[in-house]
Design a protein around this ligand. Structure first.
Ligand code: UDP
Length: 328
């Protein structure tokens, strides 16, 4: 049996996917530049290559030495704000390098890929829950860098037989239940880790970005999915490609949304700490509500979210942050 190559396997979602795949008996090999990933997020026993997805020689070595049969491609830049300031970086790092990686994989005879896409391809949705069928309209270079890759896959399939699944992630959150790995971004911008850092006393409190949204409590609503459920979506996508299912695009969320205030309330309950809250202005580019329509992934891939209730998400993240207050 061959191996699954995980690019970006030292990152947040990649490292949890490595853990889930290994628990199911799969052979994996990780390629990660460690620009944003953490070496310690990948167990010592897992074959690990530090390098860039655009290093064609290295990709060849990894594929040949490990008999790579399929790829889960996480490696990317993923900061919306940074993408606004440096769009060229995103088009190069995400779009151009993925194009080169896939060309190299096809030449090496690897034609199955599961790809990290994002709900950012939708921009400001007109209807929620958001279906995969609606026209995409990204409002930042990050979303566009991912949409261009999705579009390229259609043509690579027609020309060369690429088999692909693009997973459009909603809000990944939570941590491994055994406490071994979790979320660490530098800088951290996401709501749940920031709330928990405030609970740890590492920040003065949490700022709510906008209280005048068109939602029941005035704060933004997002669809939070536990990183282990998200990891499982990749495993199911891979299995679908192995049984020759059709290529395609799937939302990965729960179909249920929580407001910023609900997240903070749950964090106070889970931690038992009265986290200070400051109400601030809106952050630019935040839609009121982002919730996935998830029928497609449930039906076609059989995904059933198991850990994505808000309390399990926050309790697992809290365990990680408490035990690793300074990250890896
Ligand atoms: N948010 C907030 N305060 C923070 C960070 C985030 O109120 O310090 C809000 C943000 O405006 C959004 C939600 O929390 O409505 C989730 O933001 P996050 O950055 O975690 O994920 P995104 O939805 O941007 O991918």
């Amino acid at each position: 049996m061959g191996s699954i190559l995980i690019t970006g396997g030292a990152g947040y979602i990649g490292s949890h996917t490595v853990q889930v795949l290994r628990a199911q008996g799969a052979q994996v090999v990780v390629l990660d530049s460690l620009v944003t990933g953490h070496r310690k997020a990948v167990p010592e026993e897992v074959p690990f290559y530090q390098g860039d997805i655009s290093d064609s020689g290295l990709v060849r070595t990894v594929v040949e030495d490990h008999g790579v049969e399929a790829v889960i491609h996480f490696a990317a830049r993923s900061l919306v704000g940074e993408s606004m300031l440096k769009p060229d970086l995103y088009f190069y790092e995400n779009t151009a390098k993925t194009n080169l990686l896939v060309a190299n994989l096809l030449q090496l005879g690897v034609n199955k890929i599961v790809f990290s896409s994002t709900a950012a391809v939708y921009g400001l949705p007109e209807v929620v829950p958001i279906s995969e069928e609606v026209p995409t309209n990204p409002i930042n270079p990050y979303g566009l860098s991912k949409r261009m890759i999705e579009e390229s896959f259609h043509w690579l399939e027609k020309a060369y037989g690429l088999k692909w699944v693009a997973l459009r992630y909603f809000n990944a959150a939570g941590a491994s239940l055994d406490g071994s790995i979790g979320e660490e971004h530098l800088p951290e911008t996401h709501l749940i880790p920031l709330v928990l850092k405030a609970a740890l006393g590492q920040r003065e409190g949490i700022q709510v970005f906008g209280t005048d949204y068109n939602t029941m409590d005035g704060t933004c609503i997002r669809d939070y999915i536990h990183v282990l459920d998200l990891a499982e979506a990749h495993v199911l996508a891979l299995k679908a490609l192995e049984r020759q299912s059709a290529s395609g695009i799937f939302n990965v969320g729960t179909g249920q949304g929580y407001s910023v205030r609900e997240v903070i309330k749950s964090a106070k309950k889970v931690t038992g700490i009265d986290i200070p809250v400051v109400e601030g202005p809106r952050r630019s580019g935040d839609p009121d509500v982002l919730i996935a329509k998830v029928d497609k992934i449930e039906k076609a891939l059989g995904l059933k979210a198991k850990y994505s209730d808000l309390e399990t998400i926050i309790a697992s993240a809290w365990q990680w942050h408490k035990n690793n207050p300074h990250g890896y």
